[in-house]
Design a protein around this ligand. Sequence first.
Ligand code: ADP
Length: 278
Amino acid sequence: MIDLDQHRVKPGDRPNLSEIPARQDAGLDSKADGEALLASNVERIDELQGRLWAEGRRSILLVLQGMDTSGKDGTIRKVFTGVNPAAFEIHQFGVPGPHEIAQDYLWRAHARVPRRGRIGIFNRSHYEDVLVARVAKLVEKSVWKRRYDHINDFERMLHDEGTSVVKCFLHISREEQFERLNARIDDPRKNWKLSPSDFTARADWPEYREAYEDMLARCSTKQAPWYVVPADRKWVRNVIVSQLILDTLEKIDPKYPKGVEDLEALRTFARDHRDANG
Ligand code: ADP
């Protein structure tokens, strides 16, 4: 069993990321155990997502943040492999375009919140506005400092309106990132994933660590908690995120809507119809 509590940032706590090992086994005995648990979680997520979709009243938003190569795309691929694509949404947040920059910074996030009945993923998110915006000095300190409160208010509103917000910080070590970036240089099939910003962000690692710690300390709330997911081992990362989604679905406990009133009449109709058609 995965102890999710151990990874959740309690409101008011400030995790020290340099003291949290990125390479962990999450209490599992082996990779094979982790993969077996992932497979059963994926199956159960599919089943419960079917109920969430049928119920059509509530939604789940999973926010994924992490340094380049921390595995945001890989996590999505592995954890949501079984879900019904019609009831699933993924949004990527890159450098804001002209249309986006003309609005407040939460506008583009709000517009992409999953519709009722769906699971939505933010691959990067409004948190970039207290991460890259801060570290790359795109805005003044007086501007990004105010944003933690805006974000908490925004997420509380989503929670009150029926969206369960869960947030995962994929925590990789600097050494592991070095290995993964090198693999992208060496493997022609991975070259396309590289961008110069991967290296500039890496050079600013201590500044990013501080920005992430502030984000976790200021924005892990009861309604929208942050989880620090050890991500040097991909199978550990995947199984923890799958467990979190499964737990969230189980807590929501979506119900199939009540069907038609008179099932007996429909049964008779179907039987007569079949009989009439031989
Ligand atoms: P990814 O690295 O997620 O696979 P990209 O290579 O397109 O995707 O990178 C997206 C880039 O956009 C990242 O460098 C990220 O920091 C940047 N970005 C995202 N949101 C913002 C923002 N609000 N302001 C500035 N840059 C942003």
